[in-house]
Unconditional design. Structure first.
Length: 385
């Protein structure tokens, strides 16, 4: 597809608008983001609502509001939250609830799930939750879906009920198709659900609905997203080795649809900027230790920088942490900018979604602000909220 003659659309397929002041406005396209400042692609936020040692879920959720409002004021395109369960250091078990709260405190930024783990839920329930969100924040809601449980097998079994653990992921394409039909209210005559309606939804009259994204850390969702012509988000932040193969598979499998005429791939990236490289290293080490404990079956609150610095890593643990940190873009603002630019050049990603994993909310807020400054992203006024 050539875009060279379309006003407000870049020749590489990414959208941008113009304002009276000469800046860039958020694009009307419900999928493609808007480039701000000197960023190579649109930038967005993935918020895990992390809970640090000495803090509470209440404080972390208040921080999420602050991050969303700062992201909105600095031109980040989206703010997504991810479904996780039985993880003390993560307070995002109920994305729809959190998104409703964020919608009440923002007015422009897109809000979405990164993602809802569809095998954990009935498709009708998800359609109604996100239909409600769309009614609360029209034109600002994204529905990102994953097929993993977002937790360990035992917790997944508790979420889904007896007998459903083994079949849930394999059922993903069917459940996805069912969810989309509920969103569109277009089950064919004779279908068992033809008289079942997701409310809020089209049965009440013409209304928008959230665009559906597929999320993944392997080739399954990449291929499915391509075949269905849907946007795709890859979890580079915890599965970096598979990024290039998954994006290649998505692009090769892509078939134009009513949603997209060309592939649109977002990647999640762990990125943290601080005033000095040493400060950034101290912060990201807390996330690495937290992940080490999670992978070792010892999940807990995110440790403090002091606790992480004092931890006596075994050689095997040190190998894991060093490998983990090799895929975290961190350092001074200029170093983070260079790392993100290089990642876009290497992957051809259409959008970067940054997750700043650190112990405290202040470090995360500071990081998103420094990254925006590094790219010269504009400062825009906030509405009351």
């Amino acid at each position: 597809m050539s875009n060279t003659g379309d006003a407000g659309r870049r020749t590489d397929g990414r959208t941008e608008g113009t304002s009276a002041e000469g800046g860039r406005e958020a694009a009307a396209d419900p999928v493609r983001g808007a480039v701000r400042g000197a960023a190579p692609v649109p930038l967005s936020v993935l918020d895990l609502v992390t809970v640090g040692s000495g803090s509470t879920a209440h404080e972390s959720l208040r921080t999420s509001v602050r991050i969303a409002r700062q992201a909105e004021s600095r031109g980040y395109h989206r703010h997504w939250v991810a479904e996780h369960h039985s993880m003390p250091g993560v307070a995002s078990s109920s994305p729809a609830v959190i998104l409703a709260h964020l919608a009440a405190h923002t007015s422009r930024i897109r809000l979405g799930s990164g993602g809802v783990m569809l095998p954990n839920h009935a498709p009708l329930a998800v359609a109604e939750q996100f239909g409600t969100l769309e009614a609360l924040a029209p034109g600002r809601v994204d529905l990102g879906l994953g097929r993993a449980p977002g937790t360990d097998p035992r917790t997944a079994a508790a979420l889904r009920g007896p007998g459903r653990l083994d079949e849930a992921a394999d059922e993903f394409p069917r459940r996805l198709a069912e969810l989309i039909r509920f969103l569109d209210d277009d089950f064919p005559d004779g279908h068992p659900y033809a008289r079942v309606h997701a409310v809020p939804g089209p049965v009440q009259g013409p209304a928008g609905r959230p665009p559906v994204w597929l999320l993944g850390s392997s080739g399954f969702s990449a291929r499915l997203a391509g075949e269905l012509g849907l946007p795709f988000a890859y979890a580079h932040h915890f599965s970096a080795a598979g990024t290039l193969p998954a994006l290649e598979l998505y692009r090769e499998s892509f078939r134009p649809s009513a949603v997209l005429d060309a592939p649109y791939a977002l990647i999640g990236v762990s990125a943290l900027a601080a005033d000095t490289a040493a400060q950034a290293r101290a912060q990201v080490l807390t996330g690495a230790l937290s992940m080490l404990r999670l992978r070792s079956g010892r999940p807990g609150l995110v440790p403090t920088p002091e606790e992480a610095a004092a931890y006596d890593f075994s050689p095997l643990e040190r190998e894991f942490v060093d490998g983990w940190l090799s895929h975290v873009v961190h350092g001074t603002p200029d170093e983070v900018r260079a790392g993100l630019d290089a990642l876009v050049a290497r992957t051809g990603a259409d959008e970067l979604m940054l997750t700043a994993n650190a112990h405290g909310g202040a470090a995360r807020l500071r990081s998103y602000g420094l990254v925006a400054d590094a790219y010269g992203m504009p400062v825009e006024p906030l509405t009351a909220g």
